[in-house]
Design a protein around this ligand. Sequence first.
Ligand SMILES: Cc1cc2nc3c(=O)[nH]c(=O)nc-3n(C[C@H](O)[C@H](O)[C@H](O)COP(=O)(O)O)c2cc1C
Length: 210
Amino acid sequence: MSSTHSTPTNVTTPSLSELEKTCWQQLDQSIHTHDSATAAFRNMTVATCTNRGADARIVVLRDVDVAHKYVWFHTDARTEKVLQLEEFPQAMLLFWNEQEQTQFRLTVETRLHTDDYLADEQWQKVHDGSVRLYLSEPMPGSVQEHPYPGFPDHINEGDINADDRAAARLNFAAIECRVLCMEYLKLSKQGQTRARFQYEPVSKMVWLAP
Ligand SMILES: Cc1cc2nc3c(=O)[nH]c(=O)nc-3n(C[C@H](O)[C@H](O)[C@H](O)COP(=O)(O)O)c2cc1C
């Protein structure tokens, strides 16, 4: 379709493929840095489908495979989101970078890994400080009489022994997210820029009207 609209002349517009490459670099960089601006994409919202409608929550982006278009997050295998993803493997991952004024929406197909070599590989990346996240005695999300921190009394930060690590491993799930499509949106006073990078079922990159 022909367009009567033009790109602002004082703005250098990257090509679709340059932009796509930059998006993946930014995702990848965010897990390898402590700089808050570069790490802006480290927290993402995972939106899931359920029998009762939609659900969503924030998780930490743990791994990015730029070459094969996969991202990973970690969770307790007993959580609600795991049950939901077992039933409805498609999910949407939502990212926002305040400084760059950029949103990414990733349509993904998930696979749960709990007791295979890929789960083991991801478990190796879990530092002692995060091991206690997998040591909740009650089921995550279960009603408690009092506030419960999510781990037993004897656990303090930096005080994890081999038994704790082995117990935590039993509750650990690594979620592989195969990216089917990435949508990019950048807000700007000059005008918004929106693009879609589709990987499956066919590879296709297009600009979109915001
Ligand atoms: C900044 C932030 C990071 C979080 N990271 C994770 C995470 O990496 N994995 C996880 O399972 N939950 C994480 N949570 C907790 C989830 O948002 C959620 O409360 C919990 O996983 C239970 O969700 P569910 O009942 O939908 O499974 C995080 C929460 C916040 C606020």
